[in-house]
Design a protein around this ligand. Sequence first.
Ligand code: 6CS
Ligand code: FE
Length: 323
Amino acid sequence: MRAAPTRWKQKASDMLEMTTAADAWPSRTETRVRWIPRHGETVRTSWTDNAPLTSEQHASFEQNGFVVLEKLFSQSEIALLQEELERLRVDQSSLDPETIIREPSDDAIRSIFAIHRQSRIFRRLAHDKRLVDIARHILADEVYIHQSRLNHKPGFRGKEFYWHSDFETWHVEDGMPDMRAISVSILLSENREVNGPLMLMPGSHKQYVTCVGETPENHFKTSLRKQEYGVPDDESLTRLAEKGIVAPTGPAGTVVIFDCNTMHGSNGNITPLLRANAFLVYNAMFNALGAPFGPKQPRPDYIAARSDARAIVPASLMPGREA
Ligand code: 6CS
Ligand code: FE
């Protein structure tokens, strides 16, 4: 009789150990798909009058997992970013060749990673007070850049990005502990219905959908051109899409901010029209990367920052007010 409480105690401590060691967001570990609900608020700071988002924008992010901001930047700021985009497209001599990802079918540039470290203009953009304030508001912490990239989706041959949750990849392949990161996409060309704009599934950020298939080592060497692991199953995508699929369109300068777990993707671009954007991922400081949950080898720093995980200082994009 008296032994029972001890056994219970023993059992409780075993369970505690199991809970601390267990992965809260397992993926690519089982042959079946699981939906794991996400609890708690996505926007971690309560809305007040001086928040950097209006109450509608704040509520849209909370409910849908994304928000679209128009006219955040001036015409001259956008022109400056477009000039820099073009400069890097034409001449990559200043870039680390490793950071340039090409289309799977030809040599056209698909993405350039670590642009905030390789370009003064994009470094300023990453530090821009308007963006940093929104990131701090949503994540309720100081922030740093986990990943940055330029996505060119060239006319005629730009290929699609299949449906995915960024967090699924960042957790499994980069060891990002929790859903405390946001992506900011700054459109650098007009995005129309026809030239392969970003598509998002509203509300999908509230469910974590596990993926099937073990990640091969060095997966990034192929996944950034065409992703084959970390891909959700058709049935889950069908269910998530029941709330709709939204493809925000707008002129260059439009900003789309989305949660790291929002299901998204984009079609190819067979139009003659360029589609390009700059992409910045802000992660909460306390959510810094650990060991990957999947492959043993972490991905390179230019894809998932470890060495420069320090808070970024809000500044202004315009010259003369350097970060
Ligand atoms: O693997 C990654 O980290 C990148 N790949 C995709 C398709 N989206 C998120 C991220 O930029
Ligand atoms: Fe993505």
